[in-house]
Design a binder for this molecule. Structure first.
Ligand SMILES: [Zn+2]
Length: 216
């Protein structure tokens, strides 16, 4: 009887340690997988463009977010870094300068938030940006501007807090955009904390998203 007891204790011990060992390796393997995939994501270098939670990027409707070297996400789903071009200093009608970049994409492509913030203004400008969104960064020092949208993301409203990668709307050609060349007009403005949504100083999104010098 006591021999049987001893054997069952040995068997039980073996089973438990076996289970613990495989649990350990399973967990270690999983951690390794996460570390490997996380290493492929460039880490944010500036607070201005930090992603929402510091963890794995959110997955937008059109695929994984593409993050620039500053941690900003390319705000149109499926667009790669090499598809961006710098039109920040291009002339526009009335002697204006573009002060933004145009990210070309078919009508209806999802537009996602380049960075976290709060929707400060939903604005319609028939002769300008058409259907537009202004998102203010949490530190109030930057505004992200999305224009020529076909429509807003369902339920989008002023005061809404958005994370990086959250839906903003769909690419379109509202306002003064050419319907033959639908695109997202994307601008970043450096703001004084007291400035309103329509103020601020434009800074070039291109190097922040593409990781290249302006114009390159
Ligand atoms: Zn534009």
């Amino acid at each position: 009887m006591s021999r049987l007891k001893l054997i069952s204790i040995i068997v039980l011990t073996a089973l438990v340690s076996c289970a613990l060992t495989s649990a350990f390796w399973f967990a270690a393997f999983n951690r390794g997988q996460i570390a490997v995939s996380g290493a492929a994501v460039p880490h944010p270098a500036t607070a201005a463009a930090a992603p929402g939670d510091g963890g794995a990027p959110h997955v937008a409707a059109g695929g994984p977010l593409v993050l620039g070297p500053t941690g900003l996400a390319i705000p149109v789903a499926g667009v790669k870094t090499e598809q961006l071009s710098d039109t920040f200093t291009q002339a526009r009608s009335g002697g204006r300068v573009h002060d933004a970049i145009d990210i070309m994409a078919p009508h209806g492509t999802p537009v996602v938030s380049a960075a976290p913030g709060t929707v400060e203004k939903l604005f319609f400008s028939n002769g300008g940006g058409g259907i537009t969104v202004y998102v203010r960064a949490p530190d109030q020092l930057y505004t992200f501007y999305y224009a020529h949208l076909q429509s807003y993301a369902p339920g989008l409203h002023e005061g809404q807090v958005v994370k990086q990668g959250d839906p903003i709307g769909l690419v379109g050609s509202t306002g003064n955009a050419n319907p033959a060349g639908p695109h997202l007009h994307f601008a970043i403005h450096r703001m004084a904390p007291s400035e309103k949504w329509y103020q601020g100083q434009a800074i070039n999104p291109y190097p922040l998203l593409a990781g290249k010098k302006p114009g390159s």
